[in-house]
Design a binder for this molecule. Sequence first.
Ligand SMILES: [Zn+2]
Length: 224
Amino acid sequence: QKEDVVVTLLPAGHCPGSVMYVLSILSMFHPLAFNEEFDPSVAVCRFLFEGENGTVLYTGDFRLAKGEVARMELLHSGTRVKDIQSVYLDTTFCDPKFYHIPSREECLNGILELVRSWTSLSRNHVVWLNCKAAYGYEYLFINLSEELGIKVHMNKLDMFRNMPDILCHVTTDPHTQIHACRHPRDDDCFRGNRLPCGMTCFNGTPLHIISIKPSTMWFGERKK
Ligand SMILES: [Zn+2]
């Protein structure tokens, strides 16, 4: 049996470009999909689909802020939420040991206040963001830069060349108080009071460095 399937891509908020899939299986070809209300972000595909009917949400890895789903127009039909028959929830954190993970906003506010209080002590007080993955910290970098007016130092920016929204918040100039630069032995650098980019002092005075390691896994490893 042949069926038409509407595939809708929703922002997943995980790393730049990540999406969630909504599959709507139409029991017959639906001409409305091509009228003037046709949304170009909804790709209509043809699938050989056997058996089930209905709408399926496959999340993939995702990171969404509270209320973000409620604001997704593509999950709504008029004033109501679309009926979804099956959800495939892809998450590392469906485990009792992750009994509480603070929201993205709570984490941002905690980091923001720590960075604000440290960097305001003197120009020599700097923060190293110990970011292990290549992507996924854009929200943090942008908000720190916007709130504190301090750009984030990175080894290179080519990874963001297609993301103009973040380029004005990061810099390759190490003379800044927030660093997310990397070195193969960056933990050793930190223990030696040196930033991964090699900076140890500013205007001849040694730096005072604290490190912040953004991590969700930590919430599953803590003892209480
Ligand atoms: Zn640096």
